[in-house]
Design a protein around this ligand. Sequence first.
Ligand code: LHQ
Length: 254
Amino acid sequence: TVKYEIRNQVAWITLNRPNKLNAFTEQLNLELKEAIKNASKDLDVRCLVITGEGRSFCSGQDLEDIPQDLDYGEVLRSRYNPMVMELHKCEKPVIAAVNGVAAGAGMSLALACDFRLLSEKASFVEAFIHIGLVPDAGNLYYLPRLIGHAKALELAVLGEKITAKDAERFGLVTKVIPLEEWTEQVTAFAERLASMPTAAIGLIKKNLKSSWVSTLEEGLEKDAQAQRLAGLTADHKEGVKAFMEKRKPVFQGK
Ligand code: LHQ
């Protein structure tokens, strides 16, 4: 239910249940988690792209496949939370290439990624409220951090369809891409990230996340620790050397 391909140091992870708009089953949760884990540790991968097959990104939990033997808390703990944590731990840039609707936990998945590229026809739906549930899988953690408390509350409670344009307006997306340029632009963006100083990107991700729970003093110390590591990389040496030689740097991701 997940396609996994590596091209030019980019891991392409495609949710593949198009007839159900790529709704989550236990199998899909598991395969996605494994794909993220594999890409995170594969030395040949320097960027991850998560996207959906067909006309949708992901429609959230498959409502025909809600397990009867577990309460929802356990469904989240056993199937969704490990997947979100795998993304959280990933030290490489992760792009959600939102090709169509991202609803419920499908929206949560996109929020947990570092970049959101949206096709013109993509949309977000906080579908949970329409079936009397609450946003889960990290949705209420990421959303206020991305767009602020007031807007997060509005979206989560009202559950209205958020068009790509709306999402762009309130800062939820990196870029909205015209349909005819979709594959080309997503590929170019992913390959650009894959050619950047990967270790430094990992350190930026780590320190940005911890900034939410750090004092300034702690943050300054984390800057120092991260810069010590970044300063020891071959990519840093190459960056300075290329600058001096007035040429484009060639980074190796370490
Ligand atoms: C679907 C689904 C779907 C099954 C489309 N399931 N078939 C919850 C519970 C417990 C624990 C864990 O956590 C969660 C987390 C959650 O994610 S809760 C939220 C679950 N998701 C939803 O409530 C979204 C339900 N889907 C929709 O609201 C719409 O389908 C959206 C807005 C996604 C797309 O609308 P349309 O573009 O109009 O497409 P459609 O509704 O016609 O759907 C196409 C087909 O896909 C249709 O089947 P059919 O046989 O009629 O062609 C849908 O039944 C099926 N489908 N989402 N989540």
